[in-house]
Design a binder for this molecule. Sequence first.
Ligand code: XIL
Length: 450
Amino acid sequence: MTMPLRCLARTAAAGLVAVAALATAGHTAEAEAADTLGSAAAGQGRYFGAAVAANHLGEADYAATLDREFTSATPENEMKWDATEPSRGTFTFAAADRVVDHARSRGMDVRGHTLVWHSQLPSWVGTLGAADLRTAMNAHINGLMGHYKGEIHSWDVVNEAFQDGGSGARRSSPFQDRLGDGFIEEAFRTARAADPAAKLCYNDYNTDGVNAKSNAVYAMVKDFKSRGVPIDCVGFQSHFNSASPVPADYRQNLQRFADLGVDVQITELDIEGSGSAQAANYTKVVDACLAVDRCTGITVWGVTDKYSWRSGGTPLLFDGDYRKKPAYDAVLTALGGSGDPGGPGDPGDPTVSCTAAYTRTADWSSGYNGQVTITAGDTPISSWSATVTVPSPQSVSSLWNGTPAWTGNVMTVRPSWNGTLAAGASTSFGFTVAKNGSGAAPTVGGCTAS
Ligand code: XIL
C-alpha cells in the first residue's frame, strides 16, 4: 500500500509538534488552572474547536486567538464540494490545505466538513444520471479523504440529508432524488475504506432536541448500527437564536444517540444574543455536552463575531475586536476553567473601566484652575464619574464640561454632554477654585464607568 507523499511528509512533522504541544500542556496543567477553552475542555476529556476560514489566517489577532484558545479546527467552507472539485475530476485543495496545515502544525485536530451535501454543490453534479452520480460521489469522497488521509479526526460524511418540518422525510437533492435513501449508506461505506482512522459522522441542524427530524436521524443511525453500516458519530450543528433556542431536552437527545453506540459532537455552535442571556445559553450547551460521556467535543462556528455567517446576531465567544465576551467566561467556567484568568485589567477581558488624571492648568494669587481628564479603558463606556475633594477652606466657583453633586467638600462630577467614550478615548472637565488662603492641591478620586 502506498501513502500519498503529502501524508508521509506531514505525519512526521505533525507528530513532532504534537509531542511538543503535549509537553507544554502538561507543564501548564501542573502550574495553573486551565485558562483557555482548549485546556479547560481537555481537562474534561473533550476538544474545543472553531470553524476557521483560510482567508483570515493572515490576520494576527485571528490567528493568535485561534491558536491560544482552540484545539480543533473545521474549515468553514474550504472542504466543500464547490471549493474542492469545482469541475469533475479536478481537485483544488489549496485553501483547505492552508487551514489543515495551520491547525496540524499547532497540534490541533481537524474536522473534515463535508463530503456529501446538497448545498455549495457545483452545478455539474446535478446534471449527472444515477450511475454517473454514484461514481462521482464515490470519487469525490475518495479524492478528499485520500488527500487528507490520516490527518482528519472526524469527517462529516453526509450533511443535512433530512427535511425540516414534521415529516421526517429525506431532503430532495441530486443524491436523494437519483440514488434514493441508500446514498447515505454508500457514502459511509466508501468513506470507511478511504480513511479507516477517521471517525465518520452524520451532521445536521434542527436535530438538537427530540423532534420529528431528530427521530428520523435516530432511526437511520439505529438501522446503520444494527446492520453494521460504518458510522461513528452524529454531529449536532446547534445554530441557536430566539426563534430556535437551546432545547430543554438537548442533553436527553444527545444521550439517546450516544446510547446507540456513537459519539456525539456539537459541530457548529453559535447562539445569537449578547451579555448574560447569551452566556447562560452557552452554559446550557456546555453542561449538556459534559453530562453525556460520549459527547466528545464542541466546535463553535467561527472565532469572532465580525466574521460569523450570522454576524448581525453576534453569536460567538469573541467580539469583533477579539475581546472575550461574557459568553466566553461562561463557557470557560462551565468547562471547569478559571473564569477571569488574567484578573482585572486582563487585555482579553471586556471590563468597563476608566481612569481620572488631574492637572492644575492655571494658578494665580487668589485661585487656580484644575482639569481632570477621564480616559475610557479597553471597552467603550456610556457614562463615568470621578470625585474631587477640595481642601478646606477652598471653594469651587465654577465648573465646565461636567455636572457636580456635593457631599461636604467632596464634589462628584458626572458627564454633562460627554459621557460616551470609545475604548481608550478621553474627555475632560475643568473647574475654578477660590483659594481662600490655601493653595493645596485637591484630591481626585478613582473613576467609575458604566
Ligand atoms: C456556512 C458558512 O458559515 C458560510 O460562510 C457559507 O456562506 C454558507 O455555509 N450548516 C453547515 C455549514 O453545515 O457548512 C454552514 O456554513 C452553516 C450551516
